[in-house]
Design a protein around this ligand. Sequence first.
Ligand code: UDP
Ligand code: MG
Length: 322
Amino acid sequence: MMATLNSPELSVVVPMYNEEPNVDELCSRLVAVLEKLGRTFEIVVVNDGSKDHTLEALLKWFKKYPDYFRILDFNSNFGHHNALWAGFEHVRGEIIFTMDADLQNPPEELPKLLEKIDEGYDYVGSWRLGKRQDAKWRDWASKLDNKLRAKVSDICMRDQGCMLRAYRRSIVDAVVRCGDYTAFIPALAYKFASRYTEVGMKHAPRFKGETKYGLYYLLRTHFDLMTGFSLVPLQWFTLISLGLSVASLLWMLYLLGRRLWSGPEADGIFTLFAILFFMISVAMVGIGLIGEYVGRMFQILQNRPRYILKNLYESASKQEDK
Ligand code: UDP
Ligand code: MG
């Protein structure tokens, strides 16, 4: 089928939050890479409520290349993955790429992903070649996280943090149909892919600006990954609690025996306290864990919109015809 303006072969989704200093560099390099590929394409940029002049910088590119760019402008900040989600809901290409705006993954690496899709894979992830260009603690945190996730769920991704990825349309459509609020799109897509592969990508430090993610955000995302994709954490908790119950029972029998044998004794009360505190902390972890799952259901029940679109900039020939 001949690709028309309204159904390009390739779509590239780029979420942006306060990326004004990166817009020109990213857009010029991305356009150069895509033009070289010789396929029809669109670049769907999502402005996630930026407080700087990201939108103005983008609109310059839109004016220059109205047929290349489509800009979704949110009315406030809804977060990286909701921005990706919005991009997925609007793409028209058959092959969809996602990438960050900070040029940590150079756009010049994009053809590597396309090659794999052309080989027949329906989802192509990537991992960062060489040393990571982020803070050291993030490297350790993501290694630990990868190990844990592989244990609790069946998601085996070498590097979940690398956002330069390619998806076939069917995978993107499946993600968009999902009603849950799992924030982590790469993992969700993994569930639906029938042929997944990964390629090594060059990795650079952020071009300009600062990372939007602190430790707190990363911790929350990692929790999300653990509880969003499996019940194993709950099952582990039950197992640990069962083990502790058996140990407590034996301990109680032992103390009862001592009570009968050698009468009342007050010594060792601190040991008892220590054990008690430990048990209570285990119980609290359990409550927190259950809370995670309940919270997830709560979000689904609320069914709030993931984002609110203020404006959609696209050329008249590309206007939504759905
Ligand atoms: N981003 C976004 N909304 C946010 C935070 C980030 O759209 O609320 C975008 C950001 O502009 C960038 C990408 O998500 O294109 C990744 O963000 P960042 O580079 O800060 O994260 P890191 O690479 O440090 O994990
Ligand atoms: Mg980055």
